[in-house]
Design a protein around this ligand. Structure first.
Ligand SMILES: Cc1cc2nc3c(=O)[nH]c(=O)nc-3n(C[C@H](O)[C@H](O)[C@H](O)COP(=O)(O)OP(=O)(O)OC[C@H]3O[C@@H](n4cnc5c(N)ncnc54)[C@H](O)[C@@H]3O)c2cc1C
Length: 459
């Protein structure tokens, strides 16, 4: 039996026991069956049940609600998308890119609305995000991000460039030369959000079966060892775990993100670090780092950089990479010397997120066979999964809306290359970004190879 509370600091601090709900006990029928009880599956169930209370909705979850990335992430409910506005405009046109960004801004507000309406105690704090620039190349990237926002009509109220004093007033890290700040982000306790959402859908009559692995998704059926759920609509909401499903091996690559959390820090330390509005924070390096100040005064801090595993394998021991935890701890000390080596890290964890070959998140539904999906959010699924859930509810109900016209709807990403090419390409990309960061911090000069690679990925 998995000790679910050990999977992340967040799952160890939820407001209920993680006792699994009853598994599926045999064949059954429903109107909609959803595979995966993370944010994507549960938001889809939530909006469907709200729109049509009579629908029989069944959610099948291999472990427990929030077992996946939804119970382990950095808790940035942001308006970020894995693809830049420029890349979106190149693919779908300028107006579509702008509409998508506006929809994401609305999404952060919408999650906040539901959290309040449903009484989900997930430590919601709408403090925005500050992304620091601590070297000349990072300042260039901060300026470029703001210039891009302006080109698409987004002003300082959406993304502002801060000078060093303003930036440090928000986040007192070392070597800060500038920062970008957006108000469009809330810090959340991610596991309380997903668990609260599970209870909210149950109040609306949705059935969740936990410890129920789905071995195959096919038109009008989700197959499990205990029985088959037959339904005209079947939704795949399995994100980083998708490659294990028959026929989906190359749909998404599971890439690991890892986190650490300190013990609760004293007020004097917080006076130096700042984050008074619980702004989420990062910097403009290539290999993403992210952090938040928790309600109990810890610093929860994460980053990418763990290796991709051959064959898109996902295993619990991949959540723990001592080398990456040590690197995160060093980075934290470099950002905030007040967190010298003596400040204990009390929790370490990680999990897989889903990356599509073209780095584009997507949501879709095929009426002819009743199959739908959403995912490929990379590291931006906390907010985006809500937009996906609302969109899937409209698509399934055949309601054309502004959401169903957004450019990511029914976007089909190409499949990943077969192995060993996939393993070589993903890990080479990770290594390139790492060495670019190291070189930039050593020489203060931007890495042209990393910039080209980023462009190739459509960032
Ligand atoms: C460490 C980390 C930090 C992150 N930080 C952030 C952040 O700060 N902000 C942000 O926006 N995003 C972040 N992300 C990404 C974000 O957490 C995800 O994009 C989001 O949680 C995806 O939700 P989901 O419901 O699609 O997938 P998941 O939460 O992974 O849920 C999928 C569920 O499906 C279940 N499942 C899989 N296969 C089967 C099967 N065959 N049968 C039955 N059930 C199955 C799994 O057990 C799981 O519960 C982070 C991710 C990680 C790992």
């Amino acid at each position: 039996m998995v000790a679910y509370q050990d999977l992340s600091y967040w799952l160890s601090t939820v407001d209920e026991p993680l006792t699994p709900r009853p598994p599926l006990a045999g064949d059954t029928v429903a109107d909609v069956v959803i595979v995966g009880a993370g944010y994507t599956g549960l938001w889809t169930a939530y909006y469907l049940a709200e729109a049509e209370p009579a629908l029989r909705i069944v959610v099948l979850e291999r472990q427990v609600a929030g077992f996946g990335a939804s119970g382990r992430n950095g808790g940035w409910c942001s308006a970020l998308l894995p693809t830049s506005l420029t890349a979106l405009a190149r693919r779908h046109g300028r107006d579509a890119a702008i509409a998508m960004q506006h929809a994401m801004h609305d999404t952060v507000r919408e999650v906040g609305r539901v959290v309040a309406a449903e009484g989900i105690d997930c430590h919601w704090s709408y403090g925005g995000t500050v992304v620091l620039a601590r070297s000349a190349p990072q300042v260039q990237r901060a300026r470029a991000a703001v210039a891009e926002a302006r080109q698409f009509g987004f002003g300082p109220e959406d993304l502002d460039l801060l000078g060093p004093a303003e930036a440090v007033a928000r986040c007192g890290a070392t070597g800060v030369r500038a920062a970008t700040y957006t108000p469009h982000c809330a810090a959340v306790h991610p596991a309380r959000l997903v668990r609260g959402l599970a209870r909210a859908v149950e109040r609306r009559g949705v059935t969740i079966h936990e410890r129920t692995p789905v071995t195959e998704i096919r038109p009008r059926a989700a197959v499990t060892p205990a029985g088959t759920v037959r339904a005209p609509v079947v939704i795949r909401a399995t994100e980083g775990y998708t490659p294990a499903l028959t026929g989906h091996r190359r749909a998404l690559a599971p890439v690991y993100s890892l986190m650490i959390a300190t013990e609760p820090l004293p007020d004097e330390t917080w006076a130096e670090i700042g984050l008074a509005e619980r702004e989420t924070f990062s910097d403009h390096r290539h290999v993403i780092i992210y952090g938040q100040r928790t309600v109990d005064g810890r610093l929860a801090f994460g980053g990418r950089g763990a290796p991709y595993h051959f064959g898109s394998r996902v295993r619990s021991d991949y959540d723990r990479e001592p080398r990456v935890f040590a690197a995160l701890r060093r980075t934290l000390g470099d950002l905030f010397p007040t967190l010298g080596p003596d400040v204990p890290v009390t929790h370490t964890w990680g999990g897989p997120l889903g990356v599509a070959r073209d780095w584009a998140a997507s949501v879709g539904y095929h009426r002819a066979d009743g199959l739908g999906w959403a995912g490929g959010y990379v590291g931006d699924g906390v907010g985006t999964s809500n937009l996906a859930g609302r969109t899937l509810a409209d698509l399934i109900r055949n309601e054309p809306t502004a959401l169903t016209r957004l450019p990511w709807v029914n976007h089909r990403s190409p499949r990943w290359e077969p192995e060993p090419l996939r393993w070589l390409a993903v890990n080479a990309g990770l290594r390139l970004m790492h060495s670019a960061d190291e070189r930039e911090s050593r020489t203060g000069r931007a890495s042209r190879r990393a910039a080209t690679f980023s462009r190739l990925l459509g960032h």
